[in-house]
Design a protein. Structure first.
Length: 738
């Protein structure tokens, strides 16, 4: 393999499901150029640098570094003192390596803690733009601080006397960078949707932070609505592509030892000292503490709500233009992420970062300049894709077929070389011609698969993207018929267990109703007791584990979501129920009009009948439709169905609102295959249709590859529920999909 392709192997490891979000960061280290890791220490200043494997081109000499301490005062205009901070020693670090590093170099510098054991951060001075920018702090020692960067400059540890290990009052630390999501973020959502969030949050958050710091604050037009959709997507994807391998490695690195409280305090400190927004990462980890999902956002404001904590405001790439928040306290760390309901994963680990950890100013500038020049366009002649650049391919054999991709590039006269990647793997060169054709072997494909195609103006610089297109290959195999009467075309509910309950659920140990005075149908049920919402025991009783937050998320001892509990209110799903109550669920016909929203949508998704689960009545009813079947051992078994919801919006807190929940679970493997839950007017769903106080989610088509469950028992359960305060209804429609 040539050195060029080795280099591109590192830089273009695109994470097809980054997220945001962002999809799993749990793949481990990614590629390597073969360059060995090493550590060097400057004896005069006690500064040490660790260069990781794969950080530099092995065809070039091992990089050398020089460190100078306090050779000059901080340049004029530094904001540290002006914002109440204290600057430490000034370290000027240079290297003989001419390029930016392909993996972040870890740097440890000494610092003096100062008053109240003040927490240290590190900022670097960008001499080209006269800007002070925080870097990515990894570890804080007794008298040292370790940070990471892919380029070198002038660095200074900085502290604030009010922010330290002994901090007990942050009520005076309100800070606002001036960033506004619907002015300074991207106007497009992370490349995904509310049914299946995925995409490029890494590139979006980092570029938005860089653009705000270096362009908006210098008088350039704001980012929101700046570019055409085609240029915007190419810009986002190019930054994502160039940086993803750094983050794929960093997020599973054990080198970052900060706890959640330190992360929050450092974000607050950095914002206070520099007035710049901060990259903020939310992580879900597995039983081995490895990242299995990560979502990247941008913290731009902090509003204290008392001595112990307050609220960070976030630009969230999944929700463009919206106000998104997460709470932070000195006692409990991070809680209450306002968009938590949009994710099946639960975030328990957090970190902050900086654009300087994935790219230098000149690299971001190259991506920006390419967008300013308009970028070339990539047209496809095969396969056929829809408006979202997704191709639907039917599988007729026992394996995924080979797929040939053909097309051409136009309006990119400076293009030197073309490449493609499959699912974030090794970059494959396509030559310099504007026409391309390549075949993806079926044995290398997954369902779905993501293909990135791009052209570079400089084959040695992965940030020099002048044309980019990303497509998704979706494969549909055999539509399984294991579930009986999934379309209700006999005009009955045969094969389905349809149940409805009023008030309290049944205690499974006694099979008698709990007290009729309980005010909510959404209480948890343990082995011996029913615990209503709001009782003194709420938040402490949860079979096999604990509640992660005040919304009632229930987990087993390994920190995994307990699939037998509703992730918001803990309604036990494996209970003995009362018989189906007529009138609370029922068959609807094609020519019916919906009780509350009239003809705003088609009541039947396919054929002549659908099932309505629950109805418009108040009275805190909860109704479910459940069926379990065995998945056949056929090629690419695909489960298809559709659902829609009608929920009254009384304006209660989310935990008291009517809701819809749709769950597909592999019972044999104890694994959730599909899960969606929305309370009425839930901000995690963006497509609400309004009719007075009623909110409608139109038909959502589910086409689910259940290959992982071949031979296993799989359950479909759909739930519609009234509000917890008894006065408002909610119901859901279920049908098949053609």
């Amino acid at each position: 393999m040539s050195n060029l392709l080795k280099t591109l192997f590192v830089w273009f490891a695109v994470l097809a499901l980054f997220g945001c979000s962002d999809g799993g960061g749990g793949g481990g280290g990614g590629g390597s150029t073969g360059s060995a890791s090493y550590t060097t220490t400057d004896a005069a200043t006690s500064v040490s640098l660790t260069v990781p494997e794969g950080a530099y081109d092995p065809a070039k000499p091992q990089p050398k570094f020089t460190v100078a301490k306090n050779v000059a005062p901080l340049p004029a205009g530094n904001p540290i003192a002006a914002n109440g901070g204290a600057a430490g020693d000034v370290f000027v670090i240079t290297t003989d390596y001419a390029d930016d590093f392909m993996q972040p170099v870890e740097v440890t510098v000494p610092y003096t803690p100062g008053a109240a054991n003040a927490l240290p951060t590190v900022v670097y001075y960008d001499s080209v733009n006269n800007v002070y920018v925080p870097v990515d702090v990894l570890n804080i020692g007794a008298n040292t601080v370790t940070f990471s960067t892919v380029h070198f400059s002038t660095y200074v540890p900085a502290t604030h006397s009010g922010i330290g290990a002994s901090t007990v009052d942050i009520s005076s630390f309100a800070v606002d960078s001036g960033f506004v999501p619907n002015e300074d973020g991207f106007d497009v959502a992370n490349f995904g949707n509310f049914v299946s969030p995925d995409g490029s949050g890494l590139g979006m958050a980092n570029f938005a932070a860089w653009y705000y710091s270096y362009k908006t604050l210098k008088g350039q037009p704001q980012l929101y609505n700046k570019y055409t959709p085609t240029v915007e997507r190419a810009l986002i994807a190019s930054v994502q592509s160039s940086a993803s391998n750094i983050w794929k490695r960093a997020w599973n690195s054990s080198n970052n030892s900060l706890n959640n409280k330190q992360v929050g305090m450092l974000m607050l400190l950095n914002m206070k000292l520099t007035n710049l927004p901060q990259i903020f990462v939310l992580k879900s980890v597995d039983a081995n503490n490895k990242t299995d999902f990560a979502h990247v956002t941008l913290a731009y404001k902090f509003v204290p709500s008392g001595a112990d904590g307050g609220t960070f405001y976030l630009y969230d790439p999944n929700f463009p233009g919206e106000v998104v928040t997460i709470n932070f306290s000195l006692t409990n760390g991070f809680t209450g992420y306002s968009k938590a309901g949009a994710f099946s994963q639960t975030f328990t680990k957090y970190l902050y970062s900086s654009p300087s950890n994935i790219g230098s100013y000149r690299q971001f500038q190259a991506a920006y300049q390419a967008a300013e020049n308009g970028l070339g366009s990539i047209a496809l002649t095969a396969p056929t894709v829809n408006a979202s650049d997704a191709a639907s391919i039917t599988v007729t054999s026992t394996a995924l077929p080979d797929v040939t991709v053909t097309g051409s590039v136009s309006s990119a006269p400076s293009m030197q070389q073309m490449y493609y990647t499959l699912n974030g793997g090794t970059a494959v060169a396509l030559g310099s011609s504007s026409n391309f054709s390549f075949t993806l072997p079926g044995a290398q494909l997954t369902n779905p698969s993501t293909v990135a195609i791009y052209g570079l103006s400089n084959a040695a610089n992965p940030w020099s993207v002048v044309a980019y297109r990303q497509i998704t290959l979706n494969f549909t195999g055999t539509t399984i018929t294991s579930f009986g009467n999934i379309g209700f075309e006999n005009g009955d509910m045969a094969s389905w267990l349809v149940e409805s309950r009023m008030g309290s659920q049944l205690d499974p140990t006694t099979s008698v109703l709990a007290a009729a005075t309980d005010k909510s149908p959404f209480e948890k049920i343990s082995a011996t007791t029913v615990v209503p919402w709001g009782s003194p025991d709420y938040g402490t009783t949860c079979p096999g584990g604990k509640l992660a937050d005040g919304k009632g998320h229930c987990y087993d001892a390994n920190g995994t979501l307990n699939p037998d509990y509703d992730p918001y209110w803990g309604m036990l799903t494996a209970f003995n129920g009362t018989p189906f109550t007529p009138g609370k669920s029922g068959i609807t016909q094609l020519n019916d009009t919906d009780d509350q929203v009239g003809n705003l949508f088609k009541l039947v998704n396919n054929g002549n009948f659908s099932l309505r689960i629950n109805n418009y009545d108040s009275g805190y009813h909860v109704s479910t439709a459940t069926q379990t079947a065995t998945i056949p051992t056929v090629a690419l078994p695909t489960l298809k169905f559709a659902w829609a919801a009608v929920l009254d919006d009384p304006g209660h807190p989310l935990y008291d609102q009517p809701y819809v929940q749709v769950l597909v679970k592999d019972i044999t493997a104890n694994k959730i295959l599909y899960y969606k839950r929305f309370a009425s007017n839930d901000p995690t769903y963006s497509g609400w249709i309004n009719s007075g106080s009623w909110r409608l989610i139109p038909w959502q088509t589910v086409s689910l590859d259940v290959s992982s469950a071949k031979g296993n028992q799989v359950m479909i359960r759909v739930t519609g529920a009234d509000c917890a305060q008894t006065g408002h209804g909610g119901y859901v429609y279920l049908d098949d999909s053609p």
